[in-house]
Write a protein that binds this ligand. Structure first.
Ligand code: CA
Length: 200
């Protein structure tokens, strides 16, 4: 039987090639979607880079983490990788603060994504709303014991202002600067962020 290839080996080879082709197609699709996501950001959008150590205060104590952010992807680690932001998000910036003043810190992300809503877009919205790049502020509780330690606390739909930069001061006041230089201030209300009047 020299030179003959067993039929089961042919099937295995064909199956492996098929799996490889599907994997290449899928990963290529993800890369392409990601590239289009970043390309479709408005020219004034800024995706900040950071490589910072942070301390998160929880009811059980303090946890030291590192937050590495580059090209719209955020990684949070302690001794091991704990969190990677979703591939369909471009994370512009991230913050740790006790926004709701309950004694435990939250993580807030400034995110670009397609569409104002998540999976459950209201039926009366136009289909093309799903593809428009929109800005969001997402606030998460932190639970380092969970597989995904970011637990959604408040997930905004599209924010009503353009945010080129977002900053948080020592009092937890969120300062959003638009590309035209105009500034709005936001803070935690009874449930979620509310606009704050400019100080006199
Ligand atoms: Ca809190």
């Amino acid at each position: 039987m020299t030179g003959a290839v067993p039929i089961d080996r042919l099937f295995r080879t064909a199956a492996l090639l098929a799996v490889a082709a599907v994997f290449a197609a899928c990963s290529g699709g993800i890369v392409t979607q990601r590239a289009h996501l970043l390309q479709d950001l408005p020219p004034w959008a800024e995706l900040h880079r950071q490589n910072d150590a942070a301390v998160i205060r929880t009811a059980a104590g303090e946890e030291r983490i590192s937050m590495v952010q580059q090209d719209g992807v955020l990684h949070i680690s302690s001794e091991e990788l704990l969190y990677t932001s979703k591939p369909e998000w471009a994370v512009a910036d991230s913050f740790v603060y006790d926004f709701d003043r309950d004694g435990s810190d939250e993580v807030m992300l400034h995110v670009w994504k397609r569409g104002s809503f998540g999976e459950h877009q209201p039926f009366w919205r136009k289909p093309d709303d799903k593809f428009r790049m929109t800005e969001h502020l997402f606030i998460f509780d932190w639970d380092g014991r969970r597989e995904n330690p970011l637990v959604p606390l408040w997930m905004s739909s599209q924010i009503p202002v353009q945010a080129q930069t977002v900053d948080v001061d020592d009092a937890g006041i969120i300062r959003i600067e638009a590309p035209d230089g105009s500034v709005t201030l936001w803070e935690w209300g009874s449930w979620g962020l509310v606009r704050r009047e400019e100080p006199a």
